[in-house]
Design a protein around this ligand. Structure first.
Ligand SMILES: [Fe+2]
Length: 209
């Protein structure tokens, strides 16, 4: 069973490394995606409404995230993301160590979203987010919390988004290489469900700031 369609992973990672994010439309095979959507829709979700410092977030998340490794399609997607990112380790050697040891599944309704934030520095190298169903916009702002987006991604089902994280570029100030971004609510008739894959390297948690 194919998980991904044909797309240029090296070019996508290169784009993320330069501007902070990359949007790969229709990156996931349509038949696989249907199975993944069915699987996730059967899982229970719990609501999150919180404000952490300057960041307000509203969405639902999988109630039992530890079950994510038991879900057939989600596990296959995890393995495929790991495979495709490690395939570009020739150009980005740090990605040879990238393993998706943190999986999150979030569901956004039309009024949900996350205000401008950077993901925590403990998420290393790169973050991959697959839109499983629905659609919605993520705006990538670059180094400033407020301002015009450098990239506006209208994410639809099957799209992959990559976000640059510390360690991908290396060098001084690399922890600041995380782009600010805003997640908007679902734009279609149903919720947007997104599966996120992060490499923690042994450090866990989901702080925003
Ligand atoms: Fe984020």
């Amino acid at each position: 069973m194919n998980v991904f369609t044909q797309w240029n992973a090296a070019a996508a990672v290169r784009t993320a490394s330069i501007i902070g994010a990359a949007h790969i439309p229709r990156a996931v095979d349509r038949i696989f995606l249907a199975g993944l959507g069915q699987e996730l829709k059967q899982e229970p979700f719990e609501r999150v409404n919180e404000t952490i410092g300057p960041v307000t977030q509203a969405f639902e998340r999988l109630m039992f995230p530890s079950r994510s490794t038991e879900l057939f399609h989600l596990s296959m997607l995890k393995a495929a993301v790991e495979r495709v990112l490690s395939s570009v380790a020739g150009e980005f050697p740090s990605l040879a160590a990238w393993t998706p040891d943190d999986i999150s599944v979030q569901k956004y309704g039309p009024d949900d979203g996350i205000t401008s934030h950077r993901d925590h520095a403990r998420n290393r190298l790169i973050i991959a987010v697959v839109t499983v169903c629905g659609s919605g916009t993520v705006e990538v702002l670059g180094d400033e919390r407020i301002g015009q987006p450098v990239l506006s991604c209208n994410l639809a089902a099957g799209d992959l988004m990559l976000l640059r994280a510390p360690g991908l570029l290396g060098g001084a100030g690399d922890d600041e290489s995380r782009p600010f971004h805003r997640v908007h609510g679902a734009s279609g008739c149903g919720p947007r469900i997104a599966a996120g894959f992060r490499h923690l390297g042994g450090r866990h948690g989901h702080d925003l700031h």
